[in-house]
Design a protein. Structure first.
Length: 262
């Protein structure tokens, strides 16, 4: 199986911690040059410096940018792509705050739409021309199982994730003929700071203890445990690889079997 990413340049958004950081490591292990993007420079620098370099010529870097400032993001990533064309884009960012859909106001929906869908779209527009010129590209969006089964008390997130999944499916059909694949990875409960945020929200809204909330969540997972971020990252890295060339337009759950839909 061809998993070799030597000579490929990957941009991993949300690459400073959690699933993004784990994906950056897996892609680097497969030989890619990786640029990690997020809002805080110190964390990014630390990750980029520590990324594996199994190939002597591998060069990793970082980009400080904010998915909520679309104009600046577009400018920064266009400049990066002009300097070193990108063949792999991992769209990934922080999840929207919790709460019921009915209680959220327009500004919360607009902020999440911007940070997720519009940021992804802007980044795709920056990198797709280079991918088309090379006849090879991978766009992988880290979304959520909520695109298939909405999750209680994540109203804004459920709504925006659905839009991202539909956008990605549309893009996969538009770009498939150019040698570019567009796929989604849907993480289940994964041990990161986002999961802690969800646990804290549920403790606050239910009045139950963290142990009780955590036990209830685990009871819904056939694997009986939360995921390690590396398990989600492995799926991202596989979809980025040459071996996955004929996989296009899918939403791959990495959820320990939690989703009940087929
Ligand atoms: N963990 C789970 O159980 C789980 C389950 C389903 C779906 N997901 C989704 O998967 C994605 C990644 O999850 P995670 O658990 O790895 O999240 P995380 O640990 O919270 O990491 C989020 C990453 O995104 C960056 N980020 C946040 N806001 C940003 C912004 N406005 N602009 C640029 N970068 C930004 C963060 O760095 P800075 O803060 O420095 O910018 C960080 O690198 C999220 O969308 C999450 O909702 C997670």
């Amino acid at each position: 199986m061809d998993l070799d990413l030597t000579g490929k340049h990957a941009l991993v958004c949300g690459g400073s911690v959690g699933i993004g950081r784990a994906a950056a490591i897996e892609l680097a292990l497969l030989g890619a040059d990786v640029t990690v993007l997020a809002r805080h420079e110190a964390a990014l620098r630390e990750v980029a410096d520590a990324l594996p370099r199994p190939g002597d010529a591998q060069r990793h870097g970082w980009l400080v940018a904010d998915g909520n400032d679309i104009a600046a993001l577009r400018q920064q990533v266009a400049a990066l792509a002009a300097q070193r064309p990108l063949q792999i884009l991992v769209n990934n960012s922080g999840g929207p705050p919790g709460g019921r859909a009915i209680d959220a106001d327009a500004s919360q929906y607009l902020a999440a739409f911007q940070q997720h869908l519009l940021a992804n779209q802007s980044l795709a527009q920056c990198v797709v021309p280079g991918m088309q010129a090379a006849g090879w590209g991978r766009i992988i969006n880290v979304v959520s199982t909520s695109v298939k089964e909405p999750i209680a008390n994540l109203g804004v997130s459920n709504s925006i994730r659905g839009a991202v999944a539909s956008w990605a499916k549309t893009l996969s059909r538009e770009l498939g003929g150019d040698g570019i694949t567009v796929n989604n990875v849907l993480p289940g409960y994964t041990l990161t700071r986002r999961l802690q945020q969800i646990l804290d929200d549920r403790v606050a809204s239910s009045g139950d203890s963290a142990d009780q909330v955590s036990a209830r969540m685990l009871a819904s997972v056939p694997a009986g445990r939360f995921a390690d971020a590396r398990e989600v990252a492995a799926a991202i890295a596989f979809l980025a690889s040459p071996a996955a060339a004929y996989i296009n337009g899918v939403s791959l759950a990495v959820d320990g079997g939690r989703m009940q839909s087929i």
